[in-house]
Design a protein around this ligand. Structure first.
Ligand SMILES: [Zn+2]
Length: 52
């Protein structure tokens, strides 16, 4: 289960590059880093069902 948060952070979607959205939906662990992912990017990631 991903962690929900209200903290204001920029999205750091590792697959999109630069995304400045701050409506963070979830945090993911990628290469030992905790990355905030915005609602939009999360939708894209879930849609593409990327392997990680
Ligand atoms: Zn994003």
């Amino acid at each position: 289960m991903a962690t929900l948060t209200k903290a204001i952070e920029n999205c750091k979607n590792p697959w999109k590059g630069k995304c400045k959205n701050t409506d963070i939906e979830v945090y993911i662990y990628y290469r030992n880093k905790r990355l905030p992912i915005c609602r939009k990017c999360w939708g894209i990631i879930a849609e593409k069902d990327l392997e990680w």
